[in-house]
Design a protein around this ligand. Structure first.
Ligand code: GDP
Ligand code: IMO
Ligand code: MG
Length: 429
C-alpha cells in the first residue's frame, strides 16, 4: 500500500490540510482530485500559517503537487493563491506543480449564478461558499464546460460558447440578468491563459510515470463524506463526490491506486452552511467547542456550527468510503470538559436507528442517543506520543474506534505540523 488517500469523514474542516502536510514530506506527489476553491486547508509550520484552497497541501514541502481532472478550477483564484503563497516563500514552478489539461474551468458566470440562486432560494438555500462550484460541475456534466486545454485554442471557442451561452443566457434572463458578455469573457480568458497553460499537461501520464517508478502518491480530498453529492446530507451537500473512490477517477489512475484510505475525523463535530446536524449544540457547550477549536471557516469566515462526536455518522462515512484507518484530530479541544458525550444511535418516531437515513426530513428529525464519558482535566495539547495522553483521553479514543469500527492510525493534538501521534504508518503495509 504505497499510496495514501486522505478524505474528510464528517462535514469538512476535519484537519485534512494539517495531516496531508505532515504526510507530504514522505510522499513523492500530492494530488487534489475533486472540489475547487471551496476548500480551505490550514497548515501551521513553526510561526508560519498557510491557507490553501486550490493548491495541494504538498506544495508547502515542495513535493510535486498536482491538480487532477476531477477538480473545478477558477484560474483567477489560482493565480491569486500562487501569488499569495509565493509571497510567503513557497516555491511554485512547472517542475513541482501541474494541472490536468482536462480540468473544467469555473468562470465568473458560475460565481454569479451561485450567488443569484442562493439569494433566490430563501429558506431553502444551501449556504454554499459562493465560489461557483455547483454551476461549474453542472456545466461539466452538461457538456458545456470550457476546460484548461481550451485555453490554448481560444480562437476556436465559438461552438462551445454557443452551447454554454444558450444555456446560461436563458437562466440569466430568468433572474433578470443580461446575457453573457462573450467578448469580455474571451478577453478575460486570453489574459489568464498563459498563466494557467504553463502548468497544464495530461497529468495522468505524469502520474503513470511516477507510479511506475514506485513512488508514493498522496491523494488529498476536499470537503467530507457527509457533503458528498450522493452519500451526504442531500441537498445540503457540495457538487462533487468526496468519497475515496473519486481519487482514481479524479486523477486518471485506476481504483487500485488509492491505497490506504485515511479518514480524517474531528474529535467532535462541526458543519458550515445549512442542513441537518443531529448532535448540534446551540448552547454554552457548543459555544465553548467553537471558541476552543477556533471554528471559523477558512474560506468564508463563517462561524462553524458545533456539536458532540457522532459515531453513527462517522461509522457510516468509514463504511461508504472504505476507510482503512482514521486520523483523530483536535483532541486537545476536548481538554477540560467534565463530561464528553458521544452519539451512538438515533431515535426516530419511536424507532432506534443505527444509521443515518437518506431522506432530508428524517435526517432533520432524528434525535441523538448519547453515551456519556468522564472528561479529562490534563492537557493533551502538543502531545506527540501515546504516553503523553491522560488515561481518560485514551479511553475516549478507544471508545471512538470501537464505535466507528475502524482503527485509529494518527492522533492530532494541535494545529502545528509535528504535534501528531503516529499509531500506524499509513504508508506502510
Ligand atoms: P481541513 O479543511 O480539513 O483542512 O481543515 P481546516 O484547515 O479548514 O480546519 C481545521 C482547523 O483546525 C485549522 O485551523 C487547523 O490549523 C486546526 N487544527 C488541525 N488539527 C488540529 C488539532 O489537532 N488541534 C487543534 N487545536 N487545531 C487543529
Ligand atoms: P474543506 O475542504 C466545510 C460546504 C458549504 C455548503 C456546501 C456547498 O475545507 O473541508 P459549495 O460552495 O461547495 O457548493 O457549498 O458545502 N462546504 C464546506 N464545508 N469544508 C469545506 O471544505 C467545504 N466546502 C464546501 O459550506 O454547506
Ligand atoms: Mg477547511
Amino acid at each position: 500500500m504505497a499510496n495514501v488517500t486522505v478524505i474528510g469523514a464528517q462535514w469538512g474542516d476535519e484537519g485534512k490540510g494539517k495531516i496531508v502536510d505532515w504526510l507530504a514530506s514522505r510522499a513523492d506527489a500530492v494530488v487534489r482530485f475533486q472540489g475547487g476553491h471551496n476548500a480551505g486547508h490550514t497548515l501551521v509550520v513553526g510561526d508560519q500559517t498557510y491557507k490553501l484552497s486550490l493548491l495541494p497541501s504538498g506544495i508547502v514541502t515542495g513535493t510535486l503537487s498536482i491538480i487532477g481532472n476531477g477538480v473545478v478550477l477558477d484560474p483567477w483564484a489560482l493565480k491569486a493563491e500562487v501569488e499569495k503563497l509565493t509571497g510567503q516563500g513557497v516555491v511554485i514552478h512547472d517542475e513541482n506543480f501541474a494541472i490536468a489539461d482536462n480540468c473544467p474551468l469555473i468562470l465568473p458566470i458560475h460565481r454569479e449564478l451561485d450567488g443569484l440562486r442562493e439569494a433566490a432560494a430563501g429558506a431553502g438555500k444551501i449556504g454554499t461558499t459562493g465560489r461557483g462550484i455547483g454551476p461549474a460541475y453542472e456545466d461539466k456534466v452538461g457538456r458545456r464546460a470550457i476546460r484548461v486545454c481550451d485555453l490554448a485554442h481560444l480562437d476556436a471557442l465559438e461552438p462551445q460558447l454557443d452551447r454554454l451561452c444558450a444555456h446560461h443566457d436563458a437562466l440569466r434572463a430568468g433572474f433578470g440578468e443580461p446575457p453573457v458578455d462573450r467578448a469580455a469573457l474571451i478577453a478575460e480568458l486570453k489574459d489568464i491563459a498563459p498563466f494557467v497553460l504553463q502548468f497544464a499537461q495530461p497529468v495522468w501520464k505524469r502520474l503513470k510515470k511516477v507510479r511506475k517508478a514506485g513512488a508514493r502518491i498522496l491523494f488529498e480530498g476536499a470537503q467530507g463524506v457527509l457533503l458528498d453529492v450522493d452519500h451526504g446530507t442531500y441537498p445540503f451537500v457540495t457538487s462533487s463526490n468526496t468519497v475515496s473512490g473519486t481519487a482514481a477517477s479524479g486523477s486518471g489512475l485506476g481504483p487500485s491506486a488509492t491505497g490506504f484510505v485515511l479518514g480524517i475525523v474531528k474529535a467532535y463535530t462541526t458543519r458550515v452552511g445549512s442542513g441537518p446536524f443531529p448532535t448540534e449544540l446551540e448552547d454554552e457547550t457548543g459555544q465553548k467547542l467553537g471558541e476552543r477549536g477556533h471554528e471559523f471557516g477558512t474560506v468564508t469566515g463563517r462561524k462553524r456550527r458545533c456539536g458532540w462526536f457522532d459515531a453513527v455518522l462517522v461509522r457510516q462515512s468509514c463504511a461508504i468510503s472504505g476507510v482503512t484507518g482514521i486520523a483523530l484530530t483536535k483532541l486537545d479541544v476536548l481538554d477540560g470538559f467534565d463530561v464528553v458525550k458521544v452519539c451512538t444511535g438515533y431515535r426516530l418516531r419511536g424507532k432506534i436507528l443505527d444509521y443515518f437515513p437518506s431522506h432530508a426530513a428524517d435526517q432533520a428529525e432524528v434525535e441523538p442517543i448519547y453515551e456519556e464519558m468522564e472528561g479529562w482535566r490534563e492537557t493533551t495539547a502538543g502531545a506527540r506520543s501515546w504516553a503523553d495522553l491522560p488515561a481518560q483521553a485514551i479511553k475516549y479514543i478507544q471508545r471512538v474506534q470501537e464505535l466507528i469500527e475502524t482503527p485509529v492510525a494518527l492522533v492530532s493534538t494541535s494545529p502545528e505540523r509535528e504535534d501528531t501521534i503516529l499509531v500506524r504508518d499509513p504508508f506502510q503495509d
